[in-house]
Design a protein around this ligand. Structure first.
Ligand SMILES: Cc1cc2nc3c(=O)[nH]c(=O)nc-3n(C[C@H](O)[C@H](O)[C@H](O)COP(=O)(O)OP(=O)(O)OC[C@H]3O[C@@H](n4cnc5c(N)ncnc54)[C@H](O)[C@@H]3O)c2cc1C
Length: 414
């Protein structure tokens, strides 16, 4: 009888909350325990660098579920509690207050945490990181006071914080070792469009250089770059990427490689243990290798798949990676993975910031990004998934609707 069983989820954020919801939706009648180190009930992080950070929406807008949801669904929320040790042989978990939880199934959704800057002065006051709603509150309060900010790193978090700070009227300098913002994911050509978007808004973009040291008397007052520049500032925001939170899993000897290694059913290498969300490096049926995705849609969709897998349903997780970003009045969505591509084909008008970029390998679409063009994610996904040959000239022809192109490609593949 499943009603005798206990399913425990460690990590009460988007992935954990969606998994708990799915266990109930799919009829699990036993105990569901959702353990979260943060005091806050599960919330979504994307607003923390965007409208929530700018003070345009309040706390109520970020929660995954309303307050009554967990009690109504008989989900035991253990907030402000950290799982400190896992014994997979005895299927038990220990929390920081000594509570022992026996589980029939365990889902690890422990997420990711910001990489720290390791240069002299990194511990000075006035150096901000952004992962939690508390971090966002602290940064919002600092933005309210205005002044000059140096953003270290022009990845997604750095770029969005730079945009929000500019929108709040601060003086913003971004320092990024790559030649353009977001280069690792978007490459030079499309990254350059983001550079121009920021510089048009008055951001000082220092690329091709790193941070040598942060300096100040107690609190940061200036940043010294590796090419010898000195940038005065009132505070610093560091956005140099995240790393999966694997300590609990690693101490329990689960297989770890760039996250917790799981198969396409989200199963780890110990009986009854699963992982999903930012922490999971999951075997992907489409790519034929493990993929770890640090984005909202993956937590939203992969965790329910893990919950179904916990219930013994045959739930392969094969969605293509997808993410979005909003900076100023520029929105984008990205589907697929651009690894190993040989060129970028652009449909539309990059100067007007209204276009779709396709990352190609030979005659196949590997990834697509739509900027300020909407409702095209499905055909882009279809083009990637079908993997049929497609000509650059057809992709760029604005007279041919994208869904028609995707259907034609599908037809020719059949
Ligand atoms: C500021 C910001 C903006 C973002 N914007 C976007 C965006 O625009 N688009 C996009 O696609 N993605 C965005 N993301 C990424 C997205 O928010 C993450 O992919 C998503 O939060 C991952 O969810 P998760 O539940 O897997 O992990 P997390 O959100 O990291 O949650 C993990 C939770 O587990 C808890 N935990 C960890 N270890 C333990 C333990 N041992 N015991 C108990 N609890 C534990 C943590 O405290 C945390 O609450 C953004 C992220 C941030 C920080």
């Amino acid at each position: 009888m499943t009603s005798d069983q206990t399913h425990v989820i460690v990590g009460a954020s988007l992935a954990g909350a969606k998994a708990a919801e799915t266990l109930r939706e799919d009829g699990f009648e036993g105990r569901v325990v959702l353990v979260g180190a943060e005091e806050e009930r599960p919330y979504e992080r994307p607003p923390l660098s965007k409208d929530y950070l700018r003070g345009e929406v309040g706390r109520e807008k970020v929660y995954v579920h309303d307050e009554g949801f967990y009690a109504e669904h008989d989900i035991e929320l253990r907030l402000g509690r950290t799982a400190v040790s896992l014994d997979t042989a005895n299927t038990s978990l220990e929390l920081d207050d000594g509570e022992q939880l026996s589980y029939d199934r365990l889902l690890l959704t422990t997420g990711a945490e910001p990489r720290r800057l390791s240069v002299p002065g990194a511990e000075l006051d006035g150096v901000f990181y952004l992962r939690s709603v508390r971090n966002s509150d602290a940064l919002r309060e600092r933005l309210d006071r205005g002044g000059a900010v140096v953003v270290v790193g022009a990845g997604w978090i750095g770029a969005e914080v730079a945009a929000s700070a500019r929108q709040r009227g601060l003086d913003v300098t971004v320092i990024e070792p790559a030649s353009v913002p977001l280069e690792r994911v978007l490459g030079k050509e499309i990254g350059a469009i983001y550079r121009d978007i920021h510089t048009d808004q008055g951001v000082r973009m220092l690329t091709g250089t790193g941070v040598e040291a942060l300096e100040g008397d107690g609190a940061v007052e200036r940043v010294r770059t590796s090419d010898g520049r000195v940038i005065d500032c009132d505070f610093v925001v560091v956005g140099v990427g995240v790393q999966p939170r694997t300590a609990l899993a690693a101490e329990a000897s689960l297989a770890i490689s760039n996250g917790i290694l799981v198969d396409a059913r989200l199963r780890a290498n110990a009986p009854g243990v699963f992982a999903a969300g930012d922490v999971a490096n999951a075997q992907h049926p489409f790519y034929g290798e493990p993929i770890r995705v640090e984005h909202w849609a993956n937590a939203l969709n992969q965790a329910p798949a893990a919950a179904r897998s916990m219930l013994g349903q045959s739930a392969l997780y094969d969605r293509l990676p997808y993410f979005f970003s909003d900076q100023y009045d520029v929105g984008m969505e990205y589907s697929g993975l651009a690894r190993g591509c040989d060129r970028v084909v652009v449909r539309g008008d990059p100067a007007a910031r209204e276009f779709i970029a396709f990352w190609m390998f030979q005659d196949r679409v590997m990834a697509g990004m739509n900027m300020n063009v909407w409702d095209v994610t499905d055909p882009i996904r279809q083009l990637i998934q079908d993997g049929v040959a497609i000509k650059d000239r057809d992709l760029v022809d604005m007279d041919v609707p994208l869904d028609q192109l995707a259907s034609a490609a599908r037809g020719s593949a059949a």
